[in-house]
Design a protein around this ligand. Structure first.
Ligand SMILES: [Zn+2]
Length: 166
């Protein structure tokens, strides 16, 4: 696994344990070159999902991207990271249960709003206000892109957000 800080592939797993609900394995990793620490999650992927944009464009569903936009909405909110993980997993399972593996980008946004509503009012309002405004003018793609910064690599700060505070 490539280090998100320096790009080195000289990284090692320091610790490996299941998440609370046992739907994922969380691995703490360290980079031997720069000393950076980061976290990865291993999960079951039941099927390949394709997001269909309003423009008709088709892109592979990216769970990390979804999780990052949820993290942004939840920034500095006192929500148990395990609950956030379960919510994201729940959304993915719902998407996976749809007919042919194609999901409308609007459905993804709706499911995130519903999930946040049950999790944290402030995060819900943050996400909904951005999402609804963008829906007027732009594709949901633009929202996810702007919220996440559209990085290829998940910065450790985003992954750290999924961890329990020590
Ligand atoms: Zn490194």
């Amino acid at each position: 696994m490539r280090c998100p800080y320096c790009g080195s592939t000289n990284t090692q797993v320091k610790d490996s344990r299941p998440s609370e609900d046992h739907t994922a394995i969380r691995r703490r990793r360290g980079c031997a070159d720069c000393g950076g620490r980061f976290t990865t999650f291993e999960r079951v992927q039941l099927r390949e999902l394709t997001v269909v944009k309003r423009s008709g464009r088709r892109v592979p569903f990216d769970r990390d991207k979804l999780a990052r936009s949820v993290q942004v909405a939840l920034r500095k909110r006192p929500v148990d990271p395990e609950r956030v993980e379960r919510m994201v997993t729940g959304i993915v399972r719902q998407l996976e249960s749809t007919g042919d593996g194609d999901v409308d980008s609007n459905i993804v946004g709706q499911l995130v709003m519903e999930g946040l509503k049950g999790l944290d009012d402030v995060a819900y309002v943050r996400f909904a206000s951005v999402y609804k405004n963008f829906r007027e003018a732009r594709d949901f793609e633009a929202l996810l892109g702007e919220l996440s910064g559209d990085e290829e690599i998940v910065p450790a700060s985003a992954a750290e957000g999924l961890e329990k505070p020590r």
